[in-house]
Design a protein around this ligand. Structure first.
Ligand SMILES: O=C(O)COP(=O)(O)O
Ligand SMILES: [Mg+2]
Length: 215
């Protein structure tokens, strides 16, 4: 049985909100709009870039604007870490899970090219058998098809897999695919989003929780 740990990216592996915040404010400034605070932007993350831009513009009374999305995606900070870093303990956990024979994958609503570039810029891309982005497949989280397709791309099977994420989209995608989920308590979601999933307080809790779910 191949055991696969499927990780969400923003708010689970990476503390990327500072760069997303800066890039989003630069993108909306192209329309003369007032910036948002970091906590405001952090609460808008989780459904991909198009929804992020839609929420930011709606908050300023405007409809979705593809030019603002294009400005966001052209911003270097989205795909090359400036202030983005792995959460403390994440690199060590990835190493130790690999050593224990876990296959690792990423299932993120961030566009795939940006996710790959970002993980590459942090020296983490080599850990993952598959990186399924928000635009890699016809569906994205919370649709379980995103998780299933990512697992298939990584050569894993649902029977041996666990999802780890910080948002209700991760919990719901896992439930739909019939996988257990561990909620990343250090991330951007609220504990209510765990919907009964076990909550890991810090990344170092993951090896023990994962081994209990997939012995
Ligand atoms: O891009 C987003 O909004 C969130 O991405 P995530 O799925 O990695 O949390
Ligand atoms: Mg997330």
């Amino acid at each position: 049985m191949i055991r696969t740990a499927v990780f969400d990216l923003d708010g689970t592996l990476l503390d990327s909100a500072p760069d997303i915040h800066a890039a989003l404010n630069r993108a909306i400034a192209t329309r003369g709009l007032q910036p948002y605070t970091l906590p405001e932007v952090t609460a808008m993350i989780g459904d991909g870039v198009q929804v992020l831009v839609t929420r930011a513009l709606a908050g300023r009374g405007l409809p979705f604007d593809p030019a603002v999305l294009a400005a966001l995606m052209a911003d270097e900070a989205i795909s090359h870490a400036r202030d983005t870093a792995p959460f403390p303990g994440i690199p060590e956990v990835l190493e130790s899970l690999s050593d224990q024979g876990w296959r690792l994958a990423v299932c993120t609503n961030k566009p795939e090219a940006a996710a790959r570039a970002l993980l590459g810029s942090l020296g983490l891309a080599g850990h993952f058998a598959a990186i399924g982005g928000g635009d890699s497949f016809p569906v994205r989280k919370p649709d379980p098809g995103h998780l299933r397709a990512t697992l298939a791309a990584g050569g894993g099977s649902p029977e041996g897999a666990v999802m780890i994420g910080d948002h209700r989209n991760d919990v719901q995608a896992a439930a739909g695919a019939g996988l257990p989920c561990i909620f990343a308590g250090w991330g951007y979601g609220t504990p209510a989003m765990a919907e009964g999933a076990p909550i890991a307080v810090r990344p170092a809790d993951l090896p023990g929780l994962l081994a209990a779910l997939r012995p």
